[in-house]
Design a protein around this ligand. Sequence first.
Ligand code: BG6
Ligand code: GLC
Length: 852
Amino acid sequence: MDSIGSLGLQQGEGAPSCPQEGLPCPSNSSEMVQECLQQFKVTGAQLRQIQTSLLGSMEQALRGQVGPAPAVRMLPTYVGSTPHGTEKGDFVVLELGATGASLRVLWVTLTGIEGHKVEPRSQEFVIPQEVMLGPGQQAYSIDVVAVVNDTVGTMMGCEPGVGPCEVGLVVDTGTNACYMEEARHVAVLDEDRGRVCISIEWGSFSDEGALGPVQTIFDHTLDHESLNPGAQRFEKMIGGLYLGELVRLVLVHLAQRGVLFGGHTSPVLRSQGSILLEHVAEMEDPSAGAARVHAVLQDLGLNPKASDAEWVQCVCMAVCTRAAQLCAAALAAVLSRLQHSREQQALQIAVATGGRVFERHPRFLSVLRETVMLLAPNCDVSFIPSVDGGGRGVAMVTAVAARLAAHRRLLEETLAPFRLTREQLAEVQAQMREAMAKGLQGEASSLRMLPTYVRATPDGSERGDFLALDLGGTNFRVLLVRVTTGGVQISSQIYSIPECVAQGSGQQLFDHIVDCIVDFQQKQGLSGQSLPLGFTFSFPCRQMGLDQGILLNWTKGFNASDCEGQDVVCLLREAIRRRQAVELNVVAIVNDTVGTMMSCGYEDPHCEVGLIVGTGTNVCYMEELRNVASVDGDSGQMCINTEWGAFGDDGSLSMLSTRFDASVDQASINPGKQRFEKMISGMYLGEIVRHILLHLTSLGVLFRGQQTQRLQTRDIFKTKFLSEIESDSLALRQVRAILEDLGLPLTSDDALMVLEVCQAVSQRAAQLCGAGVAAVVEKIRENRGLEELTISVGVDGTLYKLHPHFSSLVAATVRELAPRCVVTFLQSEDGSGKGAALVTAVACRLAQRTRI
Ligand code: BG6
Ligand code: GLC
């Protein structure tokens, strides 16, 4: 026998050494008693086998597989959340007693987080005979809010404050347990998020291989004589209804063999059910003393001798110790399941215990606890006794359901303005079309529709070595681009632009840029060479030619002084002059959308639109020159930088703007500007989410209503978290980990809600972006008088590339709103620097031709 087996009779607290020497028993009585008691001893190996087999049976049932033997049932209870501690209100619970003859009315007042106190008051009513036997309809009608298993009631009634109580264990007349399972593991639920409470129904566990070796002849007799032979075999070894009966069968057996009561039984002892759990518990109670044992036996019509009391106590202990050990094996199976489903090696968990066996039996809990420690050594389990039976838990289930329903309502109300209808999106598309047309005509419009002086996409004949700068996205890059017959080769280096430089003086910014170029040239061995340079400058510029661009205003995180209204190429040339040592030949300034379109256009001639969804957002496209009022000429095309980030700055988007958009706008460095961009791009989505989370916290929906300092911090919630949180491969556990890393400790319910917030915000962004693209491609189709347009859009930007659903949502919206356009989205792999070099190459080619 290994260590667990030795937990049994010999070492049990207060256990007498049975049988005692010198007692006046029949000569072989000691062996006869030992033989009986021996049958109730369970070894550690046997308990482990039960644990393993039960776990297997549980997992099989979760997967929805029906085993050959009646297995545990694993019934989902539709309770998806444990108490929060913030539940408030008055709840009435009706408990129909086991016999159906009494009705207990329980009034539970929950007082919320402050000193979270549950104050139950209850009264029992006898149901009059005429009501019990009547037609079942009386003058009252009751709305049944929740039908709750007693294990669930026990778990839910557990006082919070000792960590999550996610297991409920009942050993009453029968036995059962429930626990919180990850919903995605429960095959019968079509749900991949959150948790659900599962009632195991372990009483029906009956694996012959595991239970057979621990069953005694008394178990077989009990089962045989029961109302349901062959069923609930595990329960019949543990439940309070059976413990007394097992003791009775052993006593009858020993009395009939002359070992007990002078060989006499009594009619009471011989009648089924005469020894109750209370009798067993009382006789085992070390404080009871022999006189009490005698009294109980006498009540059973027996005439015990002095030695009989000791023997009877031994029998009671053997039966109950085994019950507690078997119960421990089953609980250990649940703990293993929790460890596995939560992928946690070391589990810290509270188990709520309820039922008369725990309440009455003096040693049941301590044996259970010791055995669990041995069977599940990595689990730190605290046992919390249920104070008021399952009734209070039922109130709690109702309260939790009420809280969840209220929170869901508030969440839905908060997110409703983010859920745009098809009509709203079509309206955005229409307004965008109007604003584009006005902008092209030079009329007042929030879309500037800036000519770029790029008249053609590359034709493949471009050649040469070029320098390129790429400023305005997440990274500032300097590049060497070699365009050869064999394709394009790029070497590049990323340099940082510290915030103090981006928002310092213009001179400082451009000096820094030139320093980076010089450093790059040295590293590439290009010092002293004056290569043609293409400058991707991702801000709105009014261009008068390819190499002239007046910065209209800064956007995104830039705000360097004395630059707005200045020609950016001049600012760069001045900085070059200040540095003296270098010579640079700035040939073209291009927006990143243009660089992206050109870069993708090198591979696909259908690419006539450039889209950026990164730190900021913008689109350019090839427009008919005849439509561009500010540039002379009626034939041919020119790429137009729409600067759509500013769409809505004239108030046209106010119908869609939420209070959260307003807060983000107000706190930005350019309030009132770039309103469309602020609803779509990476610089702002995290901030919108953060403002929504703050609001939901203030409503008590999130983080138990407790505002955390971290969440008040601007930009703490990066847009990359949206991409991570919404990644389909992540379980909610990982979502929690991401948020906990941010110092936001949350429950599974919180994690689910944060996920929904992220989804609503990014979905709106993608749909708005799609409505914009639909406006652009439809305009191109109409410009060309085509029934159907086939076109490609070159796209770049971290949000578009990293977010798991953004690109497909954009595409779906475009399909919906521009059904006559077949649009292919091409992700730019090389950044827009390559495009800037290609623009430069085209310009150099054309300049050479003019010279010839
Ligand atoms: C890069 C381009 O790949 O994407 C830049 O080279 C562009 O020109 C950027 O500005 C946009 O994305 P983000 O996420 O870096 O702003
Ligand atoms: C901002 C800039 C725009 C740029 C876009 C994407 O909207 O104003 O020029 O194209 O960000 O980077």
